[in-house]
Design a protein around this ligand. Structure first.
Ligand code: PAF
Length: 284
């Protein structure tokens, strides 16, 4: 597997493999790779002959310096995971290589997609995500880009970005991957110490309850309120939101889930660690 740090070297590599008739798949990451990331790389390898993985901890998408500084850095392990999962090239640019000292961000307005839920709780977060993904898409120029459904709202925003600015780029959604006990895999999970690791399972239980209720056509509004009430009584958990939305538009849904791409979404802080989870509502 190759590794490069400059956009010029990356473009040179992509040009060569394109000339060989290979399709290029791309997975942008911030490192701290776990089996969820590995599943994206494996999927990309099934669909593309050449897979590029970027590893770059993007400072502009963090809401606090503390969160940015707490982000785990595991480059050597990441390179090994990328290689084992089938990547041909790892792109590890420096801050300067991507931003060239210019950190000014455009405020993105994709309506509800950028103003509700994650957009509301993490002001400016998606401005930073889109800024870096735009730079990475321009540098790599992939045929396909692979994103996890774990970050469902990010996925919807990237789809729109691709549609509006990267003609021909196909965005492929890959399923959320869970630990054996159901916790959604996340690079933040390593920060869940002691009993918080167990408490964090509340998110998984909540999305499952909503999923089951949707299958039996039970009262979803009532259930969402019940869950919010229960969360208020939980000592170590601060629920930020739980809702059912159309995964393309992020409009809230209360019925007729079968007509839309309906997902239950949740965000909560557990022992100070912010977690998100979601689940598709399959209806009977
Ligand atoms: O999902 C992530 O890890 C990041 O938001 C991304 C897409 C790599 C941009 O920094």
């Amino acid at each position: 597997m190759n590794r490069c740090e400059t956009i010029d070297a990356l473009r040179g590599h992509v040009k060569t493999v394109r000339a060989e008739g290979k399709k290029v798949g791309f997975i942008p990451t911030m490192g701290a790779l776990h089996p969820g990331h590995a599943s994206l790389i494996t999927k990309a390898r099934e669909m593309c002959e050449e897979v590029v993985v970027s590893i770059f901890v993007n400072p502009t998408q963090f809401n606090s310096r503390e969160d940015f500084e707490a982000y785990p850095l595991t480059l050597n392990e990441d390179i090994s995971v990328a290689q084992k999962s089938g990547a041909a090239l790892v792109f590890t640019p420096s801050l300067d290589e991507l931003y060239a000292g210019d950190f000014a961000l455009e405020t993105l307005d994709y309506g509800l997609l950028t103003s509700r839920y994650e957009g509301q709780s993490r002001l400016g977060h998606f401005d930073g995500v889109v800024a870096v993904v735009r730079k990475l898409f321009s540098a790599v120029d992939p045929d396909m880009a692979f994103f996890g459904e774990k970050d469902l709202q990010q996925l919807a925003i990237i789809r729109r970005l691709a549609r509006e600015e990267f003609n021909g780029l196909e965005v492929i959604a890959c399923p959320l991957v869970r630990e054996d006990d159901g916790l959604a895999m996340s690079s933040r999970n390593v920060r869940l110490s002691g009993r918080y690791r167990q408490d964090a399972l509340a998110l998984f239980h909540w999305v499952n309850r909503v999923k089951k209720a949707a299958e039996t056509k039970a009262d979803i509004s009532g259930l969402l309120q019940t869950i919010s009430g229960e969360a208020e009584l939980m000592k170590h958990i601060e629920l930020e939101y739980i809702d059912v939305v159309n995964a393309e538009t992020f409009e809230p849904l209360r019925s007729r889930f079968e007509r839309y791409n309906a997902f239950v979404i949740v965000a909560a802080r557990v022992g100070g660690v912010r977690l998100i989870d979601n689940c598709r509502l399959a209806c009977s």
